[in-house]
Design a protein around this ligand. Structure first.
Ligand code: NDP
Ligand code: HSE
Length: 440
């Protein structure tokens, strides 16, 4: 049988990985797919660099539309990124009846509903394994492997750049900016790295996983998003002393009232496997009723790990290419007419526990006032750590840090208590609040 013909849009970090892995493992992949998979055409703005990457025998063009217009192309891979031209090209490829493979989580988290509907109507597949957690087959696990389960929650380290930064800062005491530069050099970071460090990239990914886990539309606009830029080195150190590690987590949870969908730095007990995921590695824990807890771990970014996921999608589509479209696996795991209207909860309704760090005047009665406010708000304390003033501010210091771990409470209640504590004259700086997830 003739090899399936693939057009590649964008041959940068991931695109070159796809080309190289397909070439290197051609025979093995063909044995799995049942027919050859050939990249016949590549579009990139830098045609000289693209030609150097693919060599002879592959047509290289600067206009991506020429790939979509080619009737011989069966599958289009979009590896340009962003919401701009990438969206236009994906929609045009669907309209032209091409299957699409993309690693573009930003595009799908924001425009997924429109894109999947267009694909459904046209009877083509939009596959996006590489969009979440790089090389880890988490989309397949959620969409197919766990299909017997009622999924309760999932939590993941799903941004390699920020995990790399937190690991390097903790282990080597390196500066934030230095480690970010290294993550960019290694090809982990997004074109705009603020997406990584402000939690936006992780929110794109957890939005996609939430839709698949619970059968709800993709709703990035409802996600609570916090990154790591406000984290202090002191918090990383105090968390360690209390037996926790700080990780940027993407969390989504089914509750009686609706769906929690959030990204923020979280304290995790140091003994949990997730707390020990280091560097650019990603991991996702899924809690489901039948199987219990499952953990998915691997490289979350980089050229060939991401290419691995892109090619897995290519093989799936190659296998399905002649199948009846209505019998394919639905884009968001649930049949389009069986989607749930469970609401995504506002952050104020989320129930979680907290790490609080207060810079206070080192005076009698300060701690009593703080704990009194928490008690009045019905917030139960799990642990308190008070540092020696000298240790915090040097000899003769009149200030100290009080660190408090709480049990679960509603975020709205914590917001009220935080405002009251912040108003105390003995609280000398903005209070640091980091959420804590026991993940038991
Ligand atoms: P790169 O920036 O390395 O590659 C993008 C390529 O697309 C560049 O070669 C760029 O050319 C080219 N390009 C830009 N505009 C056009 C256009 N209009 N037509 C044709 N080509 C164009 O990005 P990555 O490979 O890192 O990322 C690609 C996608 O994969 C993104 O959506 C990203 O979020 C996602 N992703 C990336 C991962 C990673 O580890 N890097 C992991 C998982 C997902 P030029 O350089 O000349 O602008
Ligand atoms: N910038 C992303 C990360 C790439 O650091 O995880 C993988 O999606």
């Amino acid at each position: 049988m003739k090899a399936i013909q693939v057009g590649l849009l964008g041959i940068g970090t991931v695109g070159s990985g796809v080309f190289n892995v397909l070439k290197r493992n051609q025979q093995e992949i063909q044995r799995r797919a049942g027919r050859g998979i050939q990249i016949a055409m590549v579009a990139d703005l830098d045609t000289a660099r693209a030609k150097a990457a693919v060599g002879d025998g592959v047509e290289v063009v600067s206009d991506a539309r020429a790939v979509i217009a080619n009737p011989n192309i069966d599958i289009v891979i979009e590896l340009i990124g962003g919401y701009g031209i990438a969206k236009t090209l994906v929609m045009e490829a669907i309209a032209a009846g091409k299957h699409v493979v993309t690693a573009n989580k930003a595009l799908l988290a924001v425009h997924g509903t429109e894109i999947f509907a267009a694909a459904q109507a046209k009877g083509v597949v939009v596959a996006f394994e590489a969009a979440v957690a790089g090389g880890i087959p988490i989309i397949k696990a959620l969409r197919e492997g766990l299909t017997a389960n009622r999924i309760q929650w999932l939590a993941g380290i799903i941004n390699g750049t920020t995990n790399f930064i937190l690991s390097e800062m903790r282990d080597k005491g390196l500066d934030f900016a230095v480690v970010l530069k290294e993550a960019q050099r290694l090809g982990y970071a997004e074109a705009d790295p603020t997406f990584d460090i402000e939690g936006v990239d992780a929110a794109h990914k957890v939005t996609l996983m939430s839709a698949i886990a619970f059968g709800i539309p993709v709703q990035f606009d409802k996600a609570h998003v916090e990154g790591i830029t406000k984290l202090g080195a002191a918090d990383i150190k105090y968390a360690e002393q209390l037996g926790y590690r700080i990780k940027l987590l993407g969390i989504t949870k089914r509750t009686d009232k609706g769906i929690e969908l959030r990204v923020h730095p979280s304290l995790i007990p140091a003994k949990r496997l997730l707390a020990n995921v280091e560097g650019a590695m990603n991991a996702v824990v899924v809690q489901a009723d039948a199987v219990g807890t499952t953990l998915y771990y691997g490289k979350g970014a980089g050229s060939e790990p991401t290419a691995s996921a892109v090619i897995a999608d290519l093989v799936d589509i190659t296998r399905l290419h002649t199948a009846d479209p209505t019998h394919r696996v639905p884009h968001l795991a649930f049949q389009p007419d069986a989607m749930s209207d469970l609401p995504v909860l506002p952050m104020e309704q989320v129930v979680t526990s907290y790490y609080l760090r207060l810079r206070v005047a080192d005076q009698a009665g300060v701690l009593a006032k703080v704990t009194g406010i928490l008690a009045d708000g019905g917030i139960s304390i799990d642990a308190v750590l008070q540092r020696e003033a000298d240790e915090v501010g040097g000899e003769g210091s009149t200030q100290t840090d009080v660190i408090i771990l709480t049990h679960d409470c509603v975020e709205a209640q914590m917001n009220i208590a935080l405002a009251q504590m912040q108003a105390l004259p003995t609280v000398l700086a903005p209070i640091t609040r980091i959420r804590k997830e026991e993940l038991a």
